[in-house]
Design a protein around this ligand. Structure first.
Ligand code: FAD
Length: 409
């Protein structure tokens, strides 16, 4: 069992799975993540990019199918084991862990709803595939509506206005028109999507629906891959819809069910972000610890200087708080969601906000402890700092999330 582990109930089998995930993270995700970070956003998604090979390898190992049961091709892991593995993958590279984690979005939601057409079209094919040929995404934000799209959890925070992806009923189908923002994770490589849409005469972002669909339908197009500051190994880009026709059964949630669904989904994803923040924070802390043992200044390794030790101790304390808080919230909320029991968004938002802010502080200290070297591409800590900044905005900017959570207390 790891020296950092507090949960003495972790079994030998879980430790073995964690070690296997760590090897994959160290041997594949970390080096490829660094390579992708240095490539242009177009190169990252181009045919032949190592991104596709890594995703195929992760898929062969089942890391994108952790939730569903073995009978359909999943690993069927409990929430604790999933948290252990996700932390390792994110330790390897945050962006790639997000590619893997988000790729099952449409399939897991299909299975969770139990809508037969959704299970058959989206859940089972994804779980039957282990070659990385199916990749999902969650397209919720829009160019003019970022935080607004996450607001409808509570009457007090729901934002009024018209969205930019509209679904209109037409016989047995829905017709989709509009677009989603350039921030859709996996957008440029996704074969399937879970889309949040609005239906006329909607007046606010709480009046919507959730549609599962393949992205090769006539009228769907992908935008250019976004060139961005952090998490550059995670491709992001717009999705456009021009008179796209989907059967009514693929709209798996609408009406009164929409806001509670959004709350549950945000609960799961914010808990997930807190978990990848734990992996990133550990990567930054460990890099700094190693460096401080090697770098000599003032005639001794810098770890022997009191102010360096104080900073490492601050990082260690934050790291262990992040890992513990994230694990507790993730396991509680994911277990309850999977049992169909109430979950607690305010806890997930607290974990997301605390863990990403702490990861940012740890990554900042890691850069400072590397001195000038921390600003160079020779060491990974400058990438960790950029990735940590991105996490504070992913799945809701932290201040906006706090505003959504406050009325729930
Ligand atoms: C790494 C990453 C991954 C992402 N993945 C996805 C994805 O998979 N799918 C997807 O659809 N989107 C995704 N996003 C988009 C993300 O959800 C949005 O960027 C986020 O919700 C903020 O929206 P915005 O960028 O439009 O900023 P805005 O909403 O414009 O916010 C700008 C600033 O205004 C503040 N603000 C906003 N509203 C209020 C208010 N009512 N009161 C006070 N302050 C307010 C915010 O706190 C923020 O500081 C991702 C983003 C990142 C960085």
């Amino acid at each position: 069992m790891s020296y950092l582990e507090y949960d003495l109930s972790i079994t030998d089998e879980q430790c073995e799975m964690q070690e296997a995930a760590h090897r994959f993270a160290a041997e594949v995700l970390r080096p490829v993540g660094v390579d992708l970070d240095r490539m242009s956003s177009d190169e990252v998604v181009a045919p032949g990019s190592p991104l596709h090979d890594v995703f195929a390898q992760a898929s062969a190992l089942g890391y994108n199918r952790m939730v569903g049961p073995p009978e359909i091709g999943g690993l069927g892991l409990d929430a604790t084991t999933r948290h252990l593995l996700l932390e390792e993958l994110a330790w390897g590279n945050v962006g790639l862990s997000a590619v893997i984690f988000l790729s099952s979005t449409h399939a897991d939601v299909a299975l969770l709803t139990g809508v037969p057409e959704a299970v058959e079209n989206f859940g089972l094919p994804f779980y039957a595939s282990s070659d990385g040929s199916i990749c999902g995404c969650w397209a919720v934000t829009e160019p003019d509506h970022g935080s607004d799209t996450l607001s409808p959890i509570h009457r007090e925070t729901t934002v009024q206005g018209r969205g930019q992806l509209i679904a209109e009923a037409d016989g047995d189908d829905w017709i989709l028109n509009g677009q989603k923002s350039a921030w859709v994770s996996n957008g440029p490589i996704a074969t399937h999507a879970m889309l949040n849409v609005q239906m006329p005469p909607a007046e606010n972002f709480g009046q919507g629906g959730v549609c599962l669909m393949p992205l090769d339908l006539p009228g769907v197009s992908h935008g250019k891959a976004l060139d961005k500051h952090g998490m550059r190994s995670l491709p992001q880009g717009e999705l456009f819809f021009d008179n796209v026709r989907v059967p009514k059964q693929w709209m798996v949630m609408q009406g009164e069910a929409f806001s509670p669904y959004l709350g549950a989904h945000l609960t799961a994803f914010n808990a997930g972000v807190s978990c990848v923040a734990a992996g990133l924070a550990r990567a930054a802390y460990e890099s700094a610890l190693d460096y401080c043992k090697e770098r000599v200044q003032g005639g001794k390794p810098i770890i022997e200087h009191q102010s360096v030790r104080a900073r490492l101790f601050r990082m260690f304390s934050l790291l262990q708080s992040v890992r513990s808080f994230s694990r507790a919230v993730y396991v509680r909320n994911m277990t309850q969601i999977e049992r169909g029991e109430p979950c607690y968004l305010e806890h997930s938002i607290a974990a997301k906000v605390f863990c990403t802010q702490a990861a940012l502080e740890i990554a900042t200290l890691a850069v400072q402890l590397h001195g000038g070297n921390g600003l160079t591409k020779e060491y990974p800590v400058e990438m960790f700092l950029r990735d940590a900044t991105a996490l504070t905005v992913a799945d809701g900017e932290n201040a906006a999330l706090a505003q959504i959570a406050a009325p729930l207390l």
